[in-house]
Design a protein around this ligand. Structure first.
Ligand SMILES: Nc1ncnc2c1ncn2[C@@H]1O[C@H](COP(=O)(O)OP(=O)(O)OP(=O)(O)O)[C@@H](O)[C@H]1O
Ligand SMILES: [Mg+2]
Length: 112
């Protein structure tokens, strides 16, 4: 199993949910977060005064999926979310050792 941590701009959440719902994604968890990437935030100008914005609001969507669907799912997310602009976001991919459905005691992919 793989855990995907998908960090995107909040306005892209509906598009991402749509992609995930068309794939065999059995569950997801959404976290509001703040962050920056390579640009270390952006410099914005407001009424002539410039100030640093070092943290931008982001949404982190976490989902654990089978090894078999992970690569195709990642490709679909990139296709759907990519605008070509800085700050489109990132996907971090982790190996998941186990999952347990508490109601039944099932383990592994059965528990997804
Ligand atoms: N190395 C990292 N570790 C943890 N979180 C990160 C990392 N890089 C990016 N993030 C998170 O992902 C968000 C989006 O990053 P972003 O898309 O700006 O990455 P980037 O590497 O700067 O790519 P781009 O050049 O396309 O902007 C950041 O605001 C931050 O929340
Ligand atoms: Mg960036």
């Amino acid at each position: 199993m793989k855990k995907l941590e998908i960090i995107i701009k909040p306005e892209k959440l509906e598009d991402l949910k749509e992609v995930l719902s068309t794939c065999e994604v059995s569950g997801l968890n959404i976290v509001n977060s703040m962050g920056y990437g390579n640009q270390k935030g952006v410099i914005k100008t407001y009424r002539g005064a410039s100030y640093n914005v070092t943290l931008l609001p982001k949404i982190k969507v976490e989902t654990v999926v089978t090894d078999s669907i992970a690569p195709g799912l990642i490709d679909k997310i990139v296709d759907e979310i990519n605008t070509g602009n800085f700050g489109d976001g990132k996907i971090f991919v982790y190996d998941v050792e186990d999952a347990v459905r508490i109601r039944t005691g099932e383990h592994g992919e059965e528990a997804l």
